[in-house]
Ligand binder design. Structure first.
Ligand SMILES: C[S@@+](CC[C@H](N)C(=O)[O-])C[C@H]1O[C@@H](n2cnc3c(N)ncnc32)[C@H](O)[C@@H]1O
Length: 155
């Protein structure tokens, strides 16, 4: 199984990349996490937020392959326990699915991406900064894998 993380934002601070790598490198090949950064839309005096979100959505759609299982990360999505994540991940693996996780930028994901996703997953009722979401995702995927294989990391 391969999990692609399409995340809006480039040039992350060092602590974000280090945090993601810390967990990514622990994952085995059949649970691999790949990060693909999406260039953010222009924000500023002359560019409105809706245009920025729409341009991010266009870039995300260009990277989607059509046959993947799409999980949109959203504050208002459904909360999953780590056990539920492990169950989901195990079914993705058994079904041989290619999975793509979508993380929006400062203004979130475009509504049409959310509507078209197979799952909408909330990590917390708190709104988290998108760089931190990457780190939490990598840790939770690692944790889910340790749960599935009975590794003592998860307790
Ligand atoms: C700063 S948040 C965007 C906040 C924006 N107001 C919204 O409603 O989406 C940036 C991205 O991080 C992710 N995110 C932030 N908090 C999250 C949470 N609690 N659960 C899941 N994803 C979250 C989402 O993908 C979101 O698009």
């Amino acid at each position: 199984m391969r999990i692609r993380l399409l995340a809006v934002g480039t040039r992350m601070p060092g602590w974000v990349n280090e945090g993601v790598e810390e967990y990514r490198k622990r994952l085995p090949r059949d649970f691999a996490l790949e990060i693909e950064e999406i260039v953010p839309g222009q924000r500023g005096k002359n560019a409105d937020t809706a245009r920025a979100v729409a341009s991010e959505a266009k870039r995300i759609r260009e990277r989607l392959r059509g046959d993947e299982f799409v999980v949109a990360l959203e504050v208002g999505g459904r909360a999953w326990s780590t056990e539920r994540l492990a169950q989901e991940a195990e079914s993705w693996r058994l079904e041989g699915r290619e999975v793509v996780l979508l993380v929006g930028g400062p203004d979130g994901l475009a509504p049409e991406l959310s509507a078209a996703a197979d799952r909408r997953w909330s990590l917390s009722a708190l709104t988290l900064p998108h760089p931190l979401v990457r780190v939490i995702l990598a840790e939770q995927l690692y944790r889910a894998w340790t749960l599935l294989v009975g590794h003592p990391y998860h307790r």
